[in-house]
Design a protein around this ligand. Structure first.
Ligand SMILES: O=C(O)c1ccccc1NCC(=O)[C@H](O)[C@H](O)COP(=O)(O)O
Length: 230
């Protein structure tokens, strides 16, 4: 079971998050979209990703911009293991996947799917032929306009997507140490993601990882997966 932890900002918390058991670490490289306080300057992105690669931890560059040209420029610059399209105004296309391979041949593509109703199943199926991962996420948060809501959604829909779509699924949206085991048992995903419930949030969108909660999240996810033979 892959444990994906978002959204890192500082180098020290990134190292502590890796040491607490994260398999994937994600951050928002400096770009036009998203919460200003979450964006990471490019020199720091390189420092964090270099350390992750040294440790064998998977790096994820989160795209909150809705401009595909900006995404491709960032992909070329950071060469992350995964590029995660999380914006609410642009979805990956076969053409985008092809261009991504040209600028960053080793970067895999992950597309977020908003699980608001059963139409999410067909939307996930439509992405399957050209993306490497699907991330199932909750609805729009009032302060960010997308994801990072700390809210769960209808896990019955997610379980159907895992069964019916032939792409590894990362489950996101409101997961924390309290409910990650239940989510794994119900959905049986390839991986689980946490932002809000493993972070300490301050005014103005500032936040830092709560390392004890990251550790508990990873431990409980591993225990649940082992129990289920996943
Ligand atoms: O990662 C961010 O900083 C971020 C900021 C604003 C919107 C989305 C963002 N990340 C995308 C994600 O995939 C989140 O990890 C996902 O929405 C889960 O978040 P949460 O429900 O807070 O655990």
């Amino acid at each position: 079971m892959k444990k994906q932890i978002y959204s890192l900002i500082q180098y020290e918390e990134s190292v502590a998050t890796m040491e607490a058991g994260a398999d994937n670490i994600g951050l928002v490289p400096m770009q036009k979209g998203g919460v200003p306080a979450h964006r990471v300057p490019i020199d720091r992105v390189h420092k964090i990703f270099d350390e992750a690669k040294r440790r064998g931890v998977t790096t994820v560059a989160i795209m909150l911009t809705n401009d595909p040209e900006e995404m491709l420029e960032l992909a070329e610059e950071v060469q992350s293991d995964i590029l995660h399209i999380a914006g609410d105004g642009y979805d990956a296309t076969p053409e985008f996947a092809k261009r991504l391979k040209e600028v960053a041949p080793d970067t895999k593509l992950m597309q977020a799917v908003l699980v608001d109703n059963e139409s999410a199943i067909q939307r996930a199926k439509n992405f399957a032929p050209f993306v490497d991962f699907i991330l199932l996420d909750s609805g729009l948060a009032p302060d960010t306009g997308i994801g990072a809501s700390g809210l769960t959604h209808d896990w019955n829909i997610d379980a159907r997507i895992v069964e019916e779509v032939d792409v590894p699924v990362i489950e996101a949206g409101g997961l924390g140490p309290d409910n990650v085991a239940e989510a794994i048992a119900k959905i049986k995903p390839y991986g689980v993601d946490s932002l809000t419930k493993t972070s300490i949030k301050y005014d103005g969108g500032n936040m830092e990882k709560d390392i004890e909660k990251v550790r508990l999240f990873c431990q409980r996810a591993d225990e649940a997966a082992e129990k289920l033979g996943l």
